[in-house]
Design a protein. Structure first.
Length: 270
């Protein structure tokens, strides 16, 4: 169930970092970037084979996690808290939770909304984040220097046609992060948000139910961000001194100016 890699024992210790949705894309790249920056990383996702392979590769711990399922979150949190005591070398000066698990399902006008997909998006992108925060906040705060980084989206600032369900979820999680930041004022926990535009990951493949051609068309003629570009933003935000809170960081590809404005290069562009 878990992989402990003693090679990391001598690494510069920033403390323990939890990354949700680390089985692909931004989450996997973030886990890698954080491990490389001296964090002891715990990765979670539903596809256990993937997180186990990643953990073995970067010297992290892994545990199954479905943020939609309160029991799964509870088991994951118990694993993380336990890791502090009995796995050796896990204790560090600060703690970090990266709420990355999420994504979009479907592409349809509001008038044709698939309620099941809307509910599922709210469940993962909003309630999943809230569950993780409820489970790990006491631990983050107890260290006297905790950080929550939530991966939102440009879709949480600018709605676009056919994206209503995803827009609603990402707007909602941004509202929740803002409320949390105010609630925690005066307490030693930072609340940060990274809001990317187009990133080439499995995001579109998931959104379009596995239709690879449709997913590839999203990035046609565009140089999108890579998962590593976003991971580097998260690594940087987490590495700021404890008194510096990067509230929101919107990061877009040069070919994108807002959720709806995308420049697609053609052969005529020269
Ligand atoms: N790619 C983009 O263009 C883009 C832009 C802005 C924001 N974002 C946001 O970035 C985050 C990461 O997405 P990505 O682009 O890296 O897409 P991705 O490659 O599809 O990765 C999504 C990750 O979320 C995990 N996940 C989904 N549902 C989960 C659940 N119920 N419990 C636990 N893990 C779950 C998946 O793991 P399992 O399936 O193994 O559980 C996977 O590791 C998402 O919040 C997404 O909304 C993406």
């Amino acid at each position: 169930m878990w992989v402990y890699c003693p090679d990391m024992a001598g690494a510069r210790m920033r403390g323990m970092a939890v990354v949700t949705g680390a089985s692909s894309g931004i989450g996997a790249a973030t886990a890698r970037a954080l491990a490389g920056d001296g964090w002891r990383v715990v990765v979670g996702a539903r596809r256990v084979d993937r997180i186990e392979a990643l953990a073995a590769d970067i010297g992290a711990l892994s545990h199954q996690l479905d943020v939609d399922d309160a029991d799964s979150v509870e088991r994951f949190a118990a694993f993380v808290t336990g890791a502090d005591d009995d796995r050796g070398g896990m204790v560090g000066p600060s703690r970090l939770l990266v709420n990355n698990a999420g994504g979009a399902l479907g592409w349809a006008p509001v008038a044709d909304a698939d309620e099941q997909q809307w509910r599922a998006m709210y469940e993962t992108n909003v309630l999943g984040v809230v569950r993780m925060i409820k489970a790990l906040l006491p631990m983050l705060e107890a260290r006297g220097d905790g950080t929550v980084v939530t991966v939102g989206s440009i879709a949480g600032y600018e709605p676009y046609p056919n994206g209503g369900g995803y827009n609603a979820a990402k707007f909602a999680v941004r509202a929740a992060m803002s409320a949390l930041r105010q609630e925690l004022l005066g307490r030693p926990v930072r609340v940060c948000e990274i809001d990317p535009g187009m990133v080439a990951t499995e995001f579109s493949l998931v959104r379009f139910g596995g239709d690879a051609e449709r997913a590839a068309a999203v990035y046609e003629g565009v140089t999108p961000l890579t998962a590593e570009d976003v991971a580097e933003c998260i690594r940087w935000v987490a590495a700021r001194p404890p008194h510096v809170n990067v509230d929101q960081l919107v990061v877009l590809a040069r070919d994108q100016a807002g959720a709806r404005q995308i420049h697609r290069h053609t052969a005529d562009d020269g």
